[in-house]
Design a protein around this ligand. Structure first.
Ligand SMILES: NC(=O)c1ccc[n+]([C@@H]2O[C@H](COP(=O)([O-])OP(=O)(O)OC[C@H]3O[C@@H](n4cnc5c(N)ncnc54)[C@H](O)[C@@H]3O)[C@@H](O)[C@H]2O)c1
Length: 206
């Protein structure tokens, strides 16, 4: 299938649909209605139908969507036929906790290496994947054609590490450092900020 122009927010929802479809497939479910899939994904049925319309006419009225076919189409669109290699920079408290998580493979990603200015300390935290000196960052990214990185360094180091990642070829950064990174237009940065999320939740429980 050629590359379809899908908005960023819809791409995010496609990942969620894909995850739901995988679960249904694991439970031997062959077809799913738009109402059921929408509920499982936490979106409105109309939103789901609109998102899936990017793939043309899909699903049979009354029967629903074919789980396996739809899951394969979304996986292909998201470019997840193969495990996508990811690196992590900053294997401290947060970084090493993420590195110990075993579930990325199931979601289509493989954290292939971590980089730190003090790799020995990171290794001592019981991380099982290779922790490499930050001096070898560019060499590794270029050799392995790495496009995705998770950034968990202290805020003072974040922008300069982001520059190095981008100059070496990284196109997507999942940023945990509390800073708005300045990157070129071709690079996508997604920020994760748990404190901000808690603050948002806190507002609603008042
Ligand atoms: N987004 C969130 O919700 C969230 C939650 C917790 C922490 N954080 C942020 O994540 C970052 C890491 O937090 P932490 O508690 O793990 O800190 P930490 O000090 O335990 O870990 C930081 C690691 O980065 C390494 N490092 C420092 N400078 C480096 C450099 N120039 N190059 C390579 N490695 C370098 C250190 O050696 C250390 O291993 C901080 O910016 C923190 O504010 C974000």
């Amino acid at each position: 299938m050629g590359k379809i122009d899908i908005p960023k927010k819809a791409i995010y929802r496609l990942s969620i649909y894909h995850r739901c479809l995988q679960k249904l497939h694991d439970n031997n479910v062959e077809t799913v209605s738009s109402t059921t899939l929408a509920r499982a994904a936490g979106v409105k049925p109309a939103q789901l139908r609109k998102d899936l319309a990017y793939f043309g006419q899909f699903g049979t009225r009354g029967l629903g969507y074919p789980v396996e076919i739809l899951s394969n189409i979304i996986r292909e669109t998201l470019g997840r036929e193969h495990l996508q290699p990811v690196i992590l920079v900053g294997a401290g408290n947060l970084g090493s906790a993420l590195l110990r998580y075993q579930g990325f493979g199931r979601e289509g990603f493989e954290v292939v290496a971590a980089f730190d200015s003090m790799p020995e300390a990171a290794i001592a935290r019981g991380v099982m994947i290779p922790v490499i000196s930050i001096d070898r960052l560019e060499e590794f990214i270029e050799e392995r054609a790495i496009k995705l990185a998770i950034l968990c360094v202290p805020v003072e180091a974040a922008q300069s590490i982001a520059n190095r990642l981008v100059n070496a070829g990284v196109q997507g950064i999942l940023n945990f450092s509390p800073i708005v990174l300045e990157v070129t237009e071709e690079v996508t940065v997604n920020n994760v900020d748990l404190a901000l999320e808690l603050e948002h939740l806190g507002y609603f429980i008042r």
